[in-house]
Design a binder for this molecule. Structure first.
Ligand SMILES: Cc1ncc(C[n+]2csc(CCOP(=O)(O)OP(=O)(O)O)c2C)c(N)n1
Ligand SMILES: [Mg+2]
Length: 321
């Protein structure tokens, strides 16, 4: 088992889980106010995967987040203000209003900007891992994929390449049961997506994706393995998409009882309960962290709303060609 987390680290995990949720809730408000340019893709109920995995990495490591991994971006050092500015397409945002949602990144923070094409980040992060291996740097690359994304060719090609080359790569499938309106059982004939990785000779762990400590521990072990030069690890994290694909989708095709059952497994409530029961966070500590988050959210929404839209003539620059 990886080294035990200190009380301070547990509080940091709680802080990021809660911050992820609050950023998400705030984005929904902004969307309903008509202020978001584009869609809002919620990570409600999936925060433990984003936060637990990113928190298990080190500063020199690199992640390739997907649309529901705002939590991972916050762990890497982005602030709520960056997320709001980006979703509101403002000049001061990470892409200066040129791109939407989570399509931003910075090598300084070890974040490769995602794009929409599903599965594409697997070969890209395998490339990052290959560079680390060739340069003999103790760098680990990690990417998240959806269950749907594991049916793309890019996912399979990237995974096989990482296996053959023994790359320091971690791939986490966020199995939230749905790819848009398609349930997993209508998309593949296997029960555990872990089997897809095992087919390429990659060890795969199955974890409860709503348990932040389990996700953290699995990622930590995978990162240690990668740093020892033992190659890639696949983590099959089971969770549930608690909303439609995005805010425009009312999810009427999702069974109500399913959502009800998963609401009881909410990752943040579970972690709060654990911390309280083990006396690892007292009421005053929780209140102080919650207040800090509320202040940050309020200030960052105000900052983003006050930021100007980019000047129209800025659209043509900077461009690559
Ligand atoms: C290669 C490719 N095919 C189709 C799409 C359209 N598309 C966007 S999201 C999505 C469903 C994604 O499901 P999943 O991978 O399970 O991720 P989740 O939304 O559940 O997080 C689809 C089909 C795309 N972006 N890229
Ligand atoms: Mg999915």
């Amino acid at each position: 088992m990886p080294a035990r987390l200190t009380r301070h680290q547990l509080h940091e995990l709680y802080y990021h889980l809660r911050l992820n949720r609050r950023v998400d809730e705030q984005l929904v408000h902004l969307y309903r106010q008509g202020k978001v340019v584009g869609g809002v893709y919620s990570s409600l109920g999936q925060e433990a995967i984003s936060v637990g995995a990113a928190y298990a990495l080190e500063a020199q490591d690199v992640i390739g987040p997907m649309i529901r991994n705002v939590g991972a971006m916050l762990v890497r050092g982005y602030r709520p203000r960056d997320v709001f500015l980006q979703y509101l397409a403002r000049q001061d945002g990470p892409t200066g209003g040129r791109d939407a949602n989570t399509h931003f990144g910075a090598l300084a923070l070890g974040v490769i900007a995602p794009i929409s094409m599903l599965g594409e980040l697997v070969p890209v992060l395998a490339g990052v891992a290959l560079a680390a291996k060739l340069r003999q740097e103790k760098r680990v690359a990690l990417t998240y994929v959806g269950d749907g994304a594991t049916s793309t060719g890019q996912f399979h090609e990237g995974l096989n390449f990482a296996a053959v080359q023994k790359l320091p790569l971690i791939v986490i499938v966020e199995n939230n049961g749905w790819a848009y309106s398609t349930p997993v059982e209508k998309q593949m004939a296997i029960r555990d997506i872990a089997e897809r990785a095992r087919g390429y000779g990659i060890p795969a762990t199955i974890v409860d994706g709503n348990d932040v400590l389990k996700v953290y521990a699995a990622t930590r072990l995978a990162a240690e393995r990668a740093r020892r030069g033992e190659g890639p690890t696949f983590i099959d994290a089971k969770t549930m998409r608690m909303k439609g694909h995005a805010e425009h989708d009312d999810a009427r095709y999702m069974p109500k009882e399913l959502l009800e059952a998963w609401r009881k497994k909410d990752p943040i409530l579970r972690f709060e309960k654990y911390l309280a029961q083990k006396k690892l966070m007292v009421a005053e500590e929780k209140a102080a962290l919650d207040a800090r988050i509320e202040n940050e959210i309020r200030a960052d929404v105000a900052f983003a709303e006050a930021s100007p839209f980019p000047a129209p003539n800025a659209a043509a620059q900077p461009v690559w060609a």
